[in-house]
Design a protein around this ligand. Structure first.
Ligand code: GDP
Ligand code: MG
Length: 362
């Protein structure tokens, strides 16, 4: 007798011809025959890859959804991450802090990020590549480093947190000294607090007549940020992005905050990190800007990044200089992923491309 066929089915992962048959009501023999005409020789209990399931679904006119695939991938990601943190305990060492700039629009986030870049990033031979990565590593005169993320406005910041990818160690809250605390200042402060990210306040535009740091501190206290001298411990630094004043003081304060956090990472072993940006660039194709968080990322590494994967063909530092290896807290541009990854998604180096492909394609 014939079981009635269904139009929509939800299948558990992994899918077999047998489970497909049970769920849809299409006899096993009919499915196997269909697969043979499609050039797929299999048995009823063998696991089908996602392409085959999709073809079967199309051929039989059934809307198939596969359950738990995402969970499985998530589980595997956690496994990789756990394995990673056990690798090479001897190579564990202090890493530079990663900093994000938050604050009300027009209070000077971009200007400050640019001012730090101009004063504290060694300009390297760029081989004609002028496009910068939206992240760089600033270096103080004594060699201490800070990685500055240029990309996140607070939406991106929240998106990254939602994906569990904590990329920011310290948040710099930029407040224009002449305008004071505004709606987005409070919003940004709340995001940082919710993420448990320590804040350093940059009181910017100190060159403008009427800039009033005491008023800013008083207003900050009103939104629950108690600064030094105002009954709390949040550091404030007066700066002028325009005149490039107070830049080193700000970086020093960030480093002081970072010291308390005792940030460490493995300098050896397969890398993992987070995707900062992904785009198609003329002459280069699909590029991803990533932050290495642990381990060392190398050219030719096989990388898994959510639903995509690839082998790193080329790698560039934040100033466009080709590089072969990148350690913790280093932002780099990579070429070689099959598709554009999702911003905020974690990436992992895996043993070989085949494994990356399998996991990426589910
Ligand atoms: P963002 O929206 O927070 O990224 O702010 P921008 O960096 O784009 O700056 C907004 C405006 O403020 C621009 O016109 C800047 O030139 C100006 N600006 C930024 N920093 C300073 C500063 O320190 N002093 C003065 N006078 N103007 C500044
Ligand atoms: Mg800006």
């Amino acid at each position: 007798h014939r079981v009635e066929r269904k139009k929509d089915v939800v299948l558990d992962f992994p899918v077999t011809v047998r489970s497909f048959s049970i769920a849809t009501g299409i006899p096993v023999n009919e499915l196997l025959r269909k697969l043979i005409t499609l050039g797929v020789a299999t048995s009823q209990n063998a696991n089908l890859d996602s392409d085959t399931v999709e073809i079967l679904a199309t051929e039989t006119g059934i809307n198939v959804q596969v359950k738990e695939e995402a969970d499985l991938e998530g589980g595997l990601m956690e496994e990789i991450e756990a394995a990673r943190s056990n690798v090479d305990p001897d190579s564990l060492g202090p890493r530079p802090p990663v900093v994000t700039f938050l604050g009300h629009v027009d209070h000077g986030k971009t200007s400050l990020i640019d001012a730090i870049r101009e004063t504290r990033v060694a300009q390297k031979e760029s081989g004609g590549i002028t496009q910068h990565i939206g992240a760089y590593t600033a270096e103080l005169a004594d060699g201490r480093k800070i990685t500055v993320l240029d990309t996140p406005g607070h939406e991106a910041f929240t998106a990254m947190r939602a994906r569990g990818a904590h990329s920011t160690d310290v948040a710099v809250l930029v407040v224009a000294g002449n305008e004071g605390v505004m709606a987005q200042t409070e919003e940004a402060a709340n995001h940082a607090k919710a993420a448990g990210t320590p804040i350093v306040v940059a009181i910017n535009k100190m060159d403008v007549a009427g800039a009033n740091p005491d008023q800013v501190k008083s207003q900050l206290s009103g939104i629950g940020i108690q600064t030094e001298g105002w009954g709390g411990e949040v550091g404030t630094v007066e700066v002028s992005a325009l005149q490039k004043k107070g830049i080193d003081d700000l970086l020093e304060r960030v480093l002081l905050e970072a010291e308390v956090l005792d940030l460490k990472a493995h300098f050896k072993g397969d890398a993992m990190g987070v995707i900062l940006e992904a785009k198609v660039e003329k002459g280069k194709g699909k590029v991803a800007h990533v932050l290495v968080q642990d381990g060392t990322l190398k050219v030719k590494d096989a990388v898994l990044a959510g639903p995509t994967f690839g082998k790193i063909r080329l790698m560039f530092d934040s100033e466009g200089k080709p590089m072969k290896e990148a350690g913790p807290s280093t932002p780099v541009e990579i070429l070689g992923l099959e598709d554009l990854p999702i911003v905020g998604e974690k990436f992992y180096v895996v043993k070989n491309l085949k494994v990356a492909k399998e996991v990426a394609e589910g």
